[in-house]
Write a protein that binds this ligand. Structure first.
Ligand code: TXA
Ligand code: MG
Length: 330
């Protein structure tokens, strides 16, 4: 029997009983549990095979709850929350003492967002606790953008995927941290950098590796600011390359079974087994929305190689390039 269901009451029942449930958001599906339940949070890490140093995002139903999760809200954090929530921006802020170390990987900050999906907003409004939810995929594989993707990953090792259709934005939220009250992008994502700059001014992108400031026994020597910035992430099993010269790459892999991902154009070439343009009309938003589903599809076709075209280096194109680059790291 399928674990996919639209029954919100069932999800409430399971989550209240400290179980975990995969939930839809506008970005990707999340694997959710009560932030105050050690049992549920441990189950999330175990199910994903995710290292404990990699902290989780807390999902709240409205901006009003932010002050119950974090201790201090810099002015520009407030501006961003007002401008983009509900929506695909995650803010990393000083945590309140009540937020468990297990959620934050021992850090004194917590990542938080209000997701923009009607089903999950209804769910969050009916629960009396926030939900911690990392993307609902095994560690370092492609994030799921449909209920079916989640089911394919976890089968019946979880009890339920709450079905909310295909994720509209299609790549993860943009993560913004604060250093001396100055916003810094820790992970590019579904909110374009230009839209963020229109609210808070010029912003730096920083995916540097920071020393851990963690008081708990964390195994890693170094903790990245946001481990979504770990080099190899969001990766298909099939070898994947990124190119700004499609014809040259097609020739390099002559004789191989090639899957090609382009922005909008179709290419005539005998070497191509399958090709998919992410947006015939040339929309970056549509491309982002389709990206992971296309990677999932191509990854099941037993191809020798997936060749992806570099996207324009602005707007969501920057975020798509970030994910494609990580998908190609070996
Ligand atoms: O769109 C999204 O953000 C999705 C949906 C489900 O909300 N969630 C998601 O979660 O992408 P996850 O766990 O796959 O990625 C969250 C990222 C990780 O790279 C994690 O390291 C970072 O957020 N993060 C969480 N708490 C942090 C903190 N206190 N400081 C820095 N980075 C943090
Ligand atoms: Mg993830």
């Amino acid at each position: 029997m399928s674990i996919i269901s639209e029954d919100i009451s069932k999800a409430i029942h399971l989550l209240t009983a400290e179980d975990i449930v995969a939930i839809p958001t506008e970005t990707v599906y999340g694997l959710a549990g009560n932030i105050y339940s050690e049992k549920a949070i441990k189950a999330i890490f175990e199910t994903k095979k995710r290292p404990f140093f990699n902290p989780l995002i807390v999902h709240i139903p409205s901006i009003d709850q932010l002050s119950s999760i974090v201790d201090y809200i810099p002015e520009k954090a407030q501006l961003l929350a007002d401008a983009f929530w509900p929506g695909p921006i995650t803010l990393v802020l000083k945590k309140k003492a009540i937020i468990p170390d297990l959620i934050t990987g021992g850090k004194d900050t917590v990542a938080v967002r209000v997701p923009n999906h009607p089903t999950t907003l209804e769910l969050l409004n009916k629960l009396d606790f926030p939900l911690a939810a990392p993307s609902a995929n095994p560690f370092s594989s492609i994030s799921p953008t449909t209920a079916k993707h989640v089911e394919n990953y976890f089968k019946d090792s979880i009890k339920m995927v709450l079905d909310g259709g295909s994720c509209i934005s299609g790549i993860e939220s943009t993560i913004i941290g604060f250093e001396n009250d100055t916003p810094i992008i820790y992970r590019l994502g579904s909110t374009a950098i230009e839209d963020i700059e229109a609210v808070v001014g010029k912003i730096e992108i920083k995916n540097s590796i920071a020393q851990p400031n963690a008081p708990i026994n964390i195994k890693a020597d170094v903790t990245p600011n946001a481990p979504g910035m770990l080099e190899r992430h969001y990766a298909p099993k099939t070898k994947t390359v990124l190119t700004d010269n499609i014809l040259k790459s097609l020739n390099t892999y002559d004789g191989k079974r090639i899957g090609l991902i382009t922005f909008k154009s179709k290419v005539e070439n005998k070497n191509i087994e399958v090709q998919i343009a992410l947006s015939d009309s040339g929309s970056l938003a549509e491309s982002a929305s389709n990206l992971y589903d296309v990677l999932h599809q191509l990854d099941t076709m037993n191809l020798d190689i997936i060749i992806a075209e570099v996207f324009p280096d602005y707007g969501l194109g920057k975020s798509i390039n970030d994910r494609l680059t990580r998908a190609t790291k070996k």
